[in-house]
Design a protein around this ligand. Structure first.
Ligand SMILES: Nc1ncnc2c1ncn2[C@@H]1O[C@H](COP(=O)(O)OP(=O)(O)OP(=O)(O)O)[C@@H](O)[C@H]1O
Ligand SMILES: [Mg+2]
Length: 250
C-alpha cells in the first residue's frame, strides 16, 4: 500500500481576484518505508505541499490519501498519530518555558499513551540524547540538541510518516550531518516513511530514493536519486538545477 498519495493537488492563498496558486496540479505517490524528497527554488511550493498534507492550509483541491484513507477538510487525532511534521527551526518550534520532559509528555498525553515515564527515557535514547537532557529548557540546549528534541516530540506518538521541512538548514554545517544520520537511523529502526523538503540536493541524495523537482508550484519531474547522480534529467530546468549543485551531488 502507498503511505501517501497526492493527486491533482492545487493549493491557493487569497480569495476572489487576489487568489494566488502556490501549488498546481501536483501528483505523487510515496511507498511505505520510502523517502521522497521535494526540491526546487524558494517559493516553488515545497513547504505548502507538506502543510497541505498536514492539514495546515485550508484552501486546496484534489485528492490526498494517507495509509489508504482519504483526507478531508480536517485532520483527525488518528491522523496525527500516523503523520507528524518536523520544522526547519527548532528554536521557534519549542516553547521556551517547557522542559524536554514536559514537551514529550504533553505530546504523548495528547495521544493517550500510557507508560509515559519509561517511554521518555527510550525516546531520548532513540534521538541520541541521554537522560541528563530530560529536565532541560530549550535555552540550555544547542541547536542540534533542540532539533533532536523536536524529532523526539514528532516520534512520541509512534507515527509511521514524518514530513520534514528542511530539518537541518537552520543548523550549523557541522551539526547537519549528525541530524541527517540520525534521520537515516530512525527510518531504518522504526520503518518510517519520509517526505522531506530541502534546498540541498546533497541532503536529498543522502536521504531519499526519489525526488520531485518543483518550479512555480508545479512538478517539473520526478526522478530517482540514481538518475540524479547520473544527471539523467528530462527537463532542462532540472538539468540546470543539478549542474548548479554538482559538488554536493557527487
Ligand atoms: N500563508 C500564506 N499566505 C499567502 N501566500 C503564501 C502563504 N504561504 C505560502 N505562500 C506563498 O506560496 C508560495 C509557495 O510558498 P512555499 O512556502 O511553499 O515555498 P517553498 O518552496 O517552501 O520556499 P522556501 O524554499 O523559501 O521555503 C510562495 O509564493 C509563498 O509566498
Ligand atoms: Mg519552504
Amino acid at each position: 500500500m502507498s503511505a501517501v498519495t497526492v493527486s491533482d493537488l492545487d493549493v491557493w492563498f487569497g480569495a476572489g481576484a487576489d487568489r494566488a496558486y502556490a501549488v498546481r496540479g501536483v501528483d505523487f505517490e510515496v511507498a511505505e518505508g520510502e523517502s521522497f524528497g521535494l526540491v526546487g527554488e524558494s517559493g516553488s511550493g515545497k513547504s505548502t505541499i507538506l502543510r497541505a498534507i498536514a492539514g495546515l492550509v485550508p484552501t486546496w483541491s484534489g485528492a490526498m490519501t494517507v495509509a489508504g484513507e482519504t483526507l478531508g477538510a480536517k485532520r483527525s487525532k488518528a491522523f496525527y498519530s500516523k503523520v507528524q511534521m518536523v520544522f526547519q527551526d527548532p528554536y521557534a518550534s519549542l516553547h521556551p518555558r517547557q522542559t524536554v520532559d514536559r514537551v514529550l509528555s504533553e505530546a504523548m498525553g495528547l495521544h493517550g499513551i500510557q507508560d509515559i515515564d519509561s517511554r521518555i527515557g527510550r525516546l531520548l535514547d532513540d534521538v541520541g540524547l541521554g537522560p541528563g537532557f530530560r529536565f532541560r529548557y530549550p535555552h540550555q540546549l544547542s541547536g542540534g540538541q533542540r532539533q533532536r528534541v523536536a524529532i523526539a516530540r514528532a516520534l512520541a506518538c509512534d507515527p509511521s510518516i514524518l514530513l520534514l521541512d528542511e530539518p537541518t538548514s537552520a543548523l550549523d554545517v557541522s551539526v547537519q550531518a549528525e541530524i541527517l544520520n540520525l534521520l537515516v537511523d530512525l527510518r531504518r529502526a522504526h520503518g518510517l516513511t519520509y517526505i522531506m523538503v530541502s534546498h540541498d540536493l546533497g541532503v536529498v541524495g543522502h536521504l531519499c530514493e526519489r525526488i520531485g523537482v518543483m518550479k512555480e508550484g508545479r512538478f517539473e519531474e520526478v526522478l530517482s536519486v540514481e538518475a540524479m547522480r547520473r544527471f539523467e534529467a528530462q527537463s532542462s530546468y532540472t538539468r540546470h538545477l543539478l549542474e548548479s549543485s554538482i559538488n554536493s551531488i557527487r
